[in-house]
Design a protein around this ligand. Structure first.
Ligand code: ADP
Ligand code: MG
Length: 694
């Protein structure tokens, strides 16, 4: 641990660094700006910028960048040198407050979903002082929000920050009702657990599908038992632990408190869990984590795959978004309390989350929608596409008891006699249902639908806003109450009753659940294409507008971008597939069939039998034709897709026609792979990829 202390946060312009480097009054003013979310005064910004620059240069930085999160799930940066020319040959290292607070990247190629016409390509980045600046690759990275000239949001950070404000505002109203006047700020806390695959770089280099699409488009399943090769396992495990050690250290330098660990779920699959922090920083850190995972892998001769389903038939990768609400006084509002009053407050927050998840199931589902995640959701290894909530036995019993209580009087006594003391909620019982997409895990909720490559910003924007909305309705009602405890009890019971359908403790992978969920009226959007359009349903536009998170126009632009991305991803996969089939798979199979034929002919000349060769030749000929036919159909579909005028129509066509043709293509090719000689097949097998590194 001594090691951690020495390097942890060494590359971060943290609060501690600011306090030591900034003049006292500048530090105080900056703190005030951060806490109250106001614009930064230019004179303060100049002082901060200068200190930041000197600190960065002392750590070896030569450049600075506004680091932002456009609508692509990854981060973007535009590097500028600190150098400012002074006269013909001199340069000084400069960085002004203006450069710190505002940037103007030429951002015309980032997706805007029609919000920013190409002639008005300017986008602005604005410093987010609530997330610390840091140094990466000799560059001072300044976390920023990104918006258009007219102020429309073009990134994932801005709406997230707005949702944090909404949650803060509404939660404070509730806390006042419970007499917590000392609390000044409330924020969502998040700890995202990140899954990933590591494979050998040499194998990766020979797979165009992995290189262009992040997943294998072909590949017959490996024979079972290969993983039992203990020696292999032992020798290569060293390599993984070396990787993990370096990854941890790189992340610690950036202030990300990571704890990497081995994951047993699939061969070559691993998981990293950071210590939770406020959602804004957690989102930035998760982006950094994904970036570092890839970078560090290269140094170890490995490749880190963050795709949701790199290998068919093997567990995919997700991200578990652990979420709770905390106060600046250190209270976790989802921690069941010890006294009846604390418990009533906990139950009220529980009711808010239930209402939020029930009313906005669709938004949660959409926040996890992408072409990559379609391979997981609804398959029997990941959460289903249906959103439901798991509370564990004890808490479910409490909710049921309250739901079924008949008289108002009962609630009053529930409070007064102390009957409201909750049973101790044991962690191990709340963590038991691994199939639930939204599970209470003792003092937080774990949303498990996100894909491994997703930014966690969207899901948390939805969660914060939806919960804020429920709390707002509760506060509106409770602030009017003459008899607060009575009204509170009534409200909690009413809400539990109204949203009971969202609770499900059973097996979410069971086919019966699909039927049951339908009876309960829960939504089941099987594919991304089914889900995306609901982003702009009236209820959702109203929700986000009510809390100032998105305008209807911004939501519509996001919907278009999601459709576009979906179609683009399938398009690239289809082209990659066609290329692999035509230029490598078919030629390989034809050549191998030729070899067989030649052998058969020679054998026949010599009067030998050649039944095996003949039969295999027949089989392979049929498969060759089938591959070629499917390729032609797929090709025609790809061309036809270009005629779709609307993004939605295009996305749907890619899902219904192109993706299905790709599945057929894969099936025949995988069948063929198992029939031809290993040395002939142009690509490393699943076995080679999955068990090359462990
Ligand atoms: P484990 O599952 O290994 O027992 P935990 O349940 O403590 O670990 O945590 C799993 C993840 O949830 C970690 O990333 C952790 O930081 C996060 N987490 C724990 N408490 C909270 C909280 N109050 N809010 C948000 N995330 C949390
Ligand atoms: Mg988990």
């Amino acid at each position: 641990m001594g090691n951690i202390e020495a390097i942890f946060g060494s590359m971060v312009f943290s609060d501690k660094v600011m306090r030591s480097l900034l003049p006292h009054d500048t530090y105080e003013k900056l703190q005030k700006t951060i806490q109250e979310g106001r614009d930064l005064d230019r004179s303060v910004a100049d002082v901060v910028a200068n200190a930041m620059k000197d600190w960065a240069i002392s750590k070896g930085a030569t450049h600075f960048t506004h680091w932002f999160q456009p609508l692509t799930d990854v981060t973007a940066e535009k590097h500028d040198a600190f150098l400012t020319p002074t006269g013909p040959c001199g340069i000084v290292m400069e960085f002004s407050g203006k450069e710190l607070i505002r940037g103007e990247p030429d951002a015309s190629s980032f997706p805007s979903g029609g919000l920013r016409a190409t002639f008005e390509a300017r986008g602005y980045t604005a410093w987010d002082p609530t997330s610390y600046a840091f140094i990466k690759d000799n560059t001072l990275c300044i976390p920023t929000a990104f918006c258009s000239y007219t102020g429309s949001v073009l990134d994932k950070k801005t709406p997230l920050l707005r949702s944090v404000e909404a949650l803060n505002r509404e939660t404070l109203r509730i806390l006042r009702l419970f007499g917590h006047t000392d609390v000044r700020r409330v924020y969502a806390t998040v700890g995202p657990e990140q899954e990933y695959f590591l494979i050998d770089r040499a194998a990766y280099e020979r797979r165009p599908d992995l290189k262009y699409t992040g997943r294998t488009l072909f590949g017959a399943r490996p024979a079972k038992g290969q993983e039992m090769d203990d020696q292999y396992f032992g020798a290569l495990k060293t390599r993984i632990s070396a990787y993990m050690r370096e990854l941890d250290e790189e992340l610690w330098k950036l202030g990300v408190f990571a704890r990497t660990e081995h994951n047993e779920a699939a061969p070559a699959q691993h998981e990293l869990a950071p210590v939770f922090t406020n959602v804004n920083v957690a989102t930035d850190h998760n982006q950094l984590t994904m970036e570092m995972m890839k970078k560090v892998a290269v140094k170890h001769g490995l490749v880190c795959l963050l795709h949701e389903k790199p290998f068919a038939g093997v567990n995919g990768s997700g991200k578990h978004n652990n979420w709770s609400i905390s106060t600046d006084t250190g209270a976790n509002l989802l921690e069941p309390g010890k006294s009846p009053a604390e418990n009533m407050q906990f139950l009220l927050f529980l009711a808010a989350v239930m209402r939020a998840v029930d009313e906005h199931q669709d938004l949660l589902r959409i926040s996890a929608a992408s072409a990559g995640n379609d391979h997981r959701l609804g398959a029997s290894e990941a959460p289903p596409a249906i959103v439901s909530m798991f509370l564990g036995d004890e808490l479910t019993a409490v909710v049921e008891a309250i739901t079924h209580k008949e008289s108002y009087q009962a609630e009053k006594s529930y409070l007064e006699t102390g009957l409201g003391v909750l049973p101790r909620i044991r962690r191990d019982t709340t963590d038991r249902n691994r199939t639930s997409p939204f599970a209470f895990t003792g003092n937080k909720f774990e949303f498990r639908m996100l894909g491994s490559s997703h930014s966690i910003a969207d899901a948390n924007t939805v969660l914060n806003t939806a919960v804020a909305d429920a709390l707002r309705a509760f506060a509106d009602e409770l602030e009017q109450a003459d008899d607060f405890p009575l009204r509170l009890g009534k409200l909690i019971r009413r809400e539990f009753r109204a949203h009971q359908r969202i609770l499900f403790n059973g097996n979410n992978y069971a086919p019966e659940w699909v039927e049951e969920a339908e009876k309960r009226g829960l939504c089941n959007y099987r594919s991304s294409v089914d889900a995306i359009g609901h982003l702009t349903d009236a209820k959702n536009v109203e929700l986000f507008a009510r809390h100032g998170v998105f305008t209807g126009e911004e939501l519509a632009s996001r919907r278009e971008i999601m459709y576009e991305n979906y179609a683009k991803i399938i398009h690239i996969e289809a082209l990659t597939m066609l290329d692999m089939v035509r230029r490598e798979i078919l030629p390989a199979v034809v050549a191998y069939t030729g070899r067989l034929l030649e052998t058969a002919l020679r054998k026949r000349e010599m009067g030998l039998t050649c039944a095996y060769e003949t039969k295999l030749t027949e089989k392979l000929s049929a498969l060759t034709d089938s591959i070629a036919d499917t390729a032609e159909r797929l090709d025609a579909a790809v061309i036809h897709a270009q005629e779709c005028a609307e993004n939605e129509e295009k996305a749907r066509y890619h899902h219904d026609v192109i993706f299905s043709a790709m599945q057929e293509m894969r099936a025949v090719c995988d069948e063929t792979e198992l029939l031809v000689a290993k040395d002939v097949w142009p690509y490393p097998s699943y076995g080679e990829m999955l068990f090359s590194v462990m």
